[in-house]
Design a protein around this ligand. Structure first.
Ligand SMILES: NC(=O)c1ccc[n+]([C@@H]2O[C@H](COP(=O)([O-])OP(=O)(O)OC[C@H]3O[C@@H](n4cnc5c(N)ncnc54)[C@H](OP(=O)(O)O)[C@@H]3O)[C@@H](O)[C@H]2O)c1
Length: 500
């Protein structure tokens, strides 16, 4: 408000916060920012200033009886003997929340300042493009942009039916030929699916194939992978596209598996005009150690950062979720699913539907069901393979509508994966992607018209910052993160938890 010129009653704003006057530096400034940074973005831990606690003490200081009674969940005329346990409980609750909040991070996008708009390329740049390499507006625009800015462009069309050996043979340089200066892949831009694995985006499979074949051919040039609409740099940007986002998951993992020949990820704008082309060239021309997770937008280049997430006040309605009615937990008989099921049963859910491919035959499923019933919730154990849309539709159709209707979904189903990118087959990639991403896609689509209290996706820190030898897993989880963003942009409930 102040920055935008509105009058602010500073005495009221600063009351109870220990504010005091300080000397500000006088000229000359040494290009050092002195802007106030919110406490939670300053790398704080649980001991950091807690806005909820500050608000609590303000209530006490202002002798606001009604607000204090509401915070402590007691009546205004309660005697001290009943207020004291409420105070103690509030304090303990706050302390554990503050610890949990200190674990929270979010991805943010910052404009890249000080980029070199005059950078030029040199040498041969391989431009990997999907399919037969026919006319395509993006391919033409990128190819022309690279050539205009100093690169000799060699088109490399790659097809899904090409074998790794054949592609490596095409990449192997002739004796005496010089190494390419760089490789830019546009393979992720195809919307098609893999012919043998309909749930697998062809762009993801082709990118994996290219990474493998470049290694086989001994190419050491940095590989850049371009996407379009894979990330959203802020509220004014279009929401992230889950299928495109998968290549970012794969890329972050590949960067760890092959740091010696990794360039980076760049998300292209809808139109590649001359300004955007210049920005692309400036990114490709960076040396080692430059920005490797970037998005080109009409207003500039944005770079991806992991920042601490501000914890919302507990009084915020976004913060509270009261489990009720039926909650569907996919992977409900797995390790985390079982924990969540117990937690929800203890906290008010009336009916839990726990699914996995094996349903009641999963190890420990029946014991888990008995335990949950003892906690007071009804349980249904159902076998359902989430990769099969018909099975998911039948599962949702069979849920009780009158008696405890469905209010929330926890998608905890998934397959692990620990294989270096180099040995990953399209079938491995498809299997890992299907359980998480296709499953989530089916749930999202089949529940589109449903007003849910919560739609929680169990993702992983592996998607947020990459994890070596987990390219397929990172890709699948990146899909979940993007799907949550996209659902929120559609006004629907969604939370993706990057467990780590
Ligand atoms: N545990 C961790 O530390 C951790 C860390 C980061 C992220 N996560 C994520 O959190 C989720 C749960 O992890 P977890 O450790 O509980 O895994 P888990 O014990 O292996 O459980 C996974 C569950 O998914 C089910 N499942 C697998 N494929 C399925 C399919 N196609 N259709 C339906 N159900 C399927 C499995 O049951 P069936 O085999 O019977 O199908 C199992 O119940 C996973 O998505 C995982 O990636 C976990």
């Amino acid at each position: 408000l102040h920055v935008h010129g509105a009058p602010v009653d500073w005495e009221a704003v600063l009351a109870g916060r220990g504010a005091r006057r300080v000397d500000l530096p006088t000229y000359p400034f040494q290009h050092q920012p002195f802007w106030l940074v919110p406490a939670a973005t300053r790398g704080t831990g649980p001991e950091a200033a807690d806005p909820a606690e500050a608000a609590f003490w303000d209530t006490v200081e202002n002798q606001d009886l009604a607000a204090l009674a509401e915070r402590l969940e007691v009546t205004g005329d309660s005697p001290l003997s009943s207020v004291l346990p409420a105070l103690s409980q509030w304090r303990r609750r706050r302390r554990s929340r503050t610890v949990v909040d200190s674990w929270r991070y979010r991805i943010s996008w910052q404009p890249l300042t000080g980029g070199r708009d005059t950078a030029e390329l040199s040498g041969t740049w391989l431009l990997a493009v999907p399919g037969g390499g026919g006319e395509d507006a993006v391919v033409t625009a990128v190819s022309e942009a690279l050539a205009r800015h100093g690169a000799e462009v060699a088109l490399l069309p790659v097809r899904t039916d090409e074998t790794r050996t054949a592609l490596a043979a095409r990449l192997r340089p002739e004796p005496g030929a010089t190494e390419p200066a760089g490789v830019l892949s546009l393979l992720a831009l195809t919307d098609e699916s893999h012919p043998d694995h309909p749930d697998l985006p062809a762009g993801l499979a082709l990118t994996t194939l290219l990474v493998q074949a470049l290694g086989d051919a001994g190419t050491t040039a940095p590989l850049w992978c371009a996407t379009r609409g894979a990330v959203s740099t802020g509220r004014s940007d279009t929401p992230a596209g889950p299928r495109q986002a998968m290549v970012w998951g794969l890329g972050r993992s590949t960067a760890l598996d092959h740091p010696d020949r990794w360039g980076g990820l760049v998300d292209l704008p809808a139109t590649l005009d001359e300004r955007a082309a210049r920005r692309l060239v400036s990114l490709l021309a960076q040396g080692p150690g430059g920005e490797d997770q970037t998005a080109i937008r009409p207003s500039g280049i944005f770079v991806r950062r992991l920042t601490r997430a501000l914890a919302p006040d507990t009084a915020s309605p976004d913060r509270t979720w009261q489990p009720r009615g039926t909650v569907l937990i996919t992977g409900g008989t797995g390790a985390l699913g079982a924990h969540v099921a117990r937690h929800l049963a203890r906290n008010g859910a009336d009916h839990l539907v726990l699914t996995g491919r094996r349903g009641p035959d999963a190890p420990g499923a029946r014991e888990l069901a008995a335990e949950i019933e003892e906690l007071g919730a009804e349980v249904t154990l159902t076998a359902c393979d989430l990769t099969d849309r018909e099975q998911v539709a039948a599962l949702l159709r069979d849920l009780p509508e009158d008696h405890h209707p469905l209010t929330a979904v926890i998608h905890a189903a998934g397959l692990p994966q620990f294989t270096p990118t180099d040995t990953l087959t399209p079938a491995d990639l498809a299997a890992v992607v299907a359980a998480k991403a296709t499953g989530a896609h089916h749930l999202d689509e089949l529940l589109a018209g449903r007003d849910l209290d919560a739609f929680v996706l169990f993702s992983s820190v592996a998607a947020a910052w990459g994890s070596g030898s987990q390219a397929a897993y990172c890709a699948a989880n990146a899909h979940l993160d993007a799907l949550a963003e996209q659902r929120r942009a559609r006004g629907l409930a969604a939370t993706s938890v990057a467990w780590g």
